[in-house]
Design a protein around this ligand. Structure first.
Ligand code: ZN
Length: 196
């Protein structure tokens, strides 16, 4: 019996449970045009990678609680004190000081607009978003950076007002717990598991 690899932290150490790799047989690769002569073998590699969020963990935790967090430089000695960053930056790029975490959920609900967008008919390996994927860059009033995310309802347009939605039911604790819909979208139109 195998189980998915699971990890928790205790005494400042990773504690592992379950299987982090699976043995899968090599399969011969043969040439159909030359009497099924041996050409090589497949080498299956299936492993679980332990990805640490470090100082960004509060951002991902908050998405599942329906909140969008950003960070702000509050260092009085920084030339750019007060600058707000979304995506979440742990440190200020100007003074290298540690930023303050702030909640911008209300600001995002009232001022988010599509800065630009890109519609992809094909996606890379392991991409589980519905195709075509409507990637959007979102600008917020008073925030220095734009955020890359994806639109779940309708079609994007530059300057369009959008609202954040959050996967609050069974969150995946990944960036996919955050998505966006056009202003005016009804609750019933949201994807399964998402709320405003
Ligand atoms: Zn700074």
């Amino acid at each position: 019996m195998s189980m998915f690899g699971q990890v928790y932290v205790k005494d400042n150490k990773y504690k592992l449970k379950g299987d982090f790799h699976h043995l899968t047989p090599n399969i011969p690769i043969r040439n159909a045009d030359e009497g099924w002569k041996l050409m090589g073998v497949t080498n299956p590699r299936d492993m679980t990678y332990i990805h640490s969020y470090g100082g960004e963990a509060p951002f991902f935790e908050a998405l599942g609680e329906g909140k969008l967090l950003a960070t702000r430089c509050d260092n009085p000695d920084c030339e750019f004190k007060g600058t707000i960053y979304e995506p979440f930056r742990i440190h200020c790029a100007d003074c290298l000081g540690k930023n303050t975490i702030i909640d911008i959920t209300e600001l995002a609900k009232t001022t988010s607009k599509v800065h630009t967008f890109m519609v992809c008919e094909r996606a890379g390996a392991f991409n589980i978003l519905d195709k075509p994927v409507k990637f959007i860059n979102i600008e917020f009033e008073g925030i220095a950076t734009i955020l890359m995310s994806y639109l779940s309802v309708g079609d994007p347009e530059i300057g369009m007002k959008v609202l954040p939605i959050f996967r609050t039911k069974n969150p995946t604790c990944t960036i996919l717990d955050l998505s966006w819909v056009p202003d005016g979208t009804k609750k019933e139109e949201l994807p399964e598991g998402f709320t405003f």
